[in-house]
Write a protein that binds this ligand. Structure first.
Ligand code: PMP
Ligand code: GLU
Length: 400
């Protein structure tokens, strides 16, 4: 007999969260493990943001607050959308949640009926399909190969739309590949979406600020204003402001969807923390200078890691345009044998081998829906990254 609800059987635990917990536990036991599995910046939350949280506590902002966000935060988000994205949302078109993940969860729970389809381009962020399954929807995974820089094309999109399609998930810059949709690529997708008014679009812009090489960020609702009412424009403070633990995400969407998400929150978590909301106001309204400094470090690390990985036989790595992950192919090592005589049949085998032989924790591509690849986060020090790449090289050289 099991006390556990059958809906839980539909999903698996988050692989990114799981591998991180496991790798950090090995480190805590004193094992020599380099953790490149984390999906978070290695920088501290900036001091001005920490101070805003402290001030909020001291001034008594410690009580229940509206689930949609405090008036100050709602206004800060409204201004952010105008300033950065040229998007005008009224206050009842904005909601705050307990992280971007929670916004996605609430949006799916609030909109999906059983068997509604959600188009998810692969590779995808691990949580998309499971959140859809939890909400009784049906993930439609569309493989987007490396040859198209892991992005969905207008053609692929149109082929996969049915009358049951409820959402398209778009994520740019992408986790796990770092690929960025150009404005013209978004325009092409928009042309298709205009033809299918029953399809909503989740635009996951959480890595908006972490973009390189002077590329310009674009989001669908602003590129094609006729789609704005069907877009949920998702963002948060986790990545750009190094606030992963504060648990705050937000979005702009139609009044109808925001009201439904608000209803969900009112009967579940009520709101995210009032302290985090005060800190997020400072994040959005305070100095943005540190983002440039962080991106300079990320770009330096990206270039180093891509170059070192490409010197390893069997590994091939594209240069990502944003976020802080590389998603190299390990096709060249699949089929080879480890010194212990084990054959590497999958990217998961390869990642297990790297962890056991050299203490490298990364995430296998199968978790993101496209193999044979693996994801490494370069949001860690240059020294650790250099060490990690030389360990990967050593491990690959031992394969036969
Ligand atoms: N979307 C993507 C693509 C992500 O990588 C993450 C990070 N886990 C999130 C959403 C959610 O982040 P958070 O819940 O920390 O706001
Ligand atoms: N988004 C991060 C990652 O992909 C954080 C962990 C998670 O929430 O999945 O690793």
């Amino acid at each position: 007999m099991s006390f556990i609800a059958s809906r839980l059987k539909r999903i698996k635990p988050s692989m990114t969260v799981g591998i991180n917990v496991k790798a950090n536990a090995l480190r805590a036991e004193g094992k020599d493990v380099l953790v490149l599995a984390a999906g978070e910046p290695d920088f501290d939350t900036p001091a001005n943001i920490r101070k805003a949280a402290f001030d909020a506590m001291e001034s008594g902002q410690t009580r229940y607050v509206p689930g949609k966000g405090t008036p100050a935060l709602q206004k800060a988000i409204q201004s952010k959308f105008i300033k950065d994205n040229n998007l005008e949302y009224s206050l009842d078109e904005i909601i705050v949640g307990v992280g971007g993940k929670h916004i996605i969860y609430n949006a799916m729970m609030a909109t999906l009926n059983p068997d509604d389809e959600v188009i998810i381009p692969a590779p995808f962020w691990v949580s998309y399909p499971d959140i859809v399954l939890l909400a009784e929807g049906k993930p439609i995974i569309v493989e987007c190969p490396e040859s198209q820089n892991f992005k969905i094309t207008a053609n692929q999109l149109e082929k996969n739309i049915t009358e049951k399609t409820k959402w398209l998930m778009l994520n740019s810059p992408s986790n796990p590949t770092g690929a960025v949709y150009s404005k013209s690529e978004l325009k092409e997708l928009a042309e298709v979406l205009l033809k299918y008014p029953h399809v909503l679009i989740m635009s996951d812009d959480i890595y908006e600020k972490i973009i390189y090489d002077n590329l310009e960020f674009g989001t669908l609702a602003s590129i094609e204003p006729r789609l704005k009412d069907r877009c949920l424009t998702l963002n948060g403070v986790s990545k750009a402001y190094c606030m992963t633990g504060w648990r705050l995400g937000y979005c702009g969407a139609s009044k109808e969807i925001i009201a439904a998400m608000n209803k969900m929150q009112s009967q579940s978590n009520t709101s995210t923390s009032s302290i985090s909301m005060a800190a997020a106001v400072e994040a959005l309204e305070g100095s943005q200078e540190f983002i440039k400094e962080h991106n300079e470090a990320f770009v330096r690390r990206r270039d180093m890691v891509v170059s070192l990985l490409n010197q390893i036989e069997g590994i091939n790595c594209l240069t990502p345009e944003g976020a802080f992950y590389v998603y190299p192919s390990c096709e060249g090592v699949i089929g080879k044998q480890t010194p212990d005589g084990n054959k590497l049949a999958t990217d998961e085998d390869f990642m297990n081998y790297l962890l056991e032989s050299e203490g490298i924790a990364g995430v296998h591509g199968a978790a993101f829906g496209l193999s044979p690849y693996f994801r490494l986060s370069y949001a860690t020090s240059d020294e650790i990254l250099k060490d990690a790449c030389s360990r990967i090289k050593r491990a690959c050289e031992k394969l036969k």
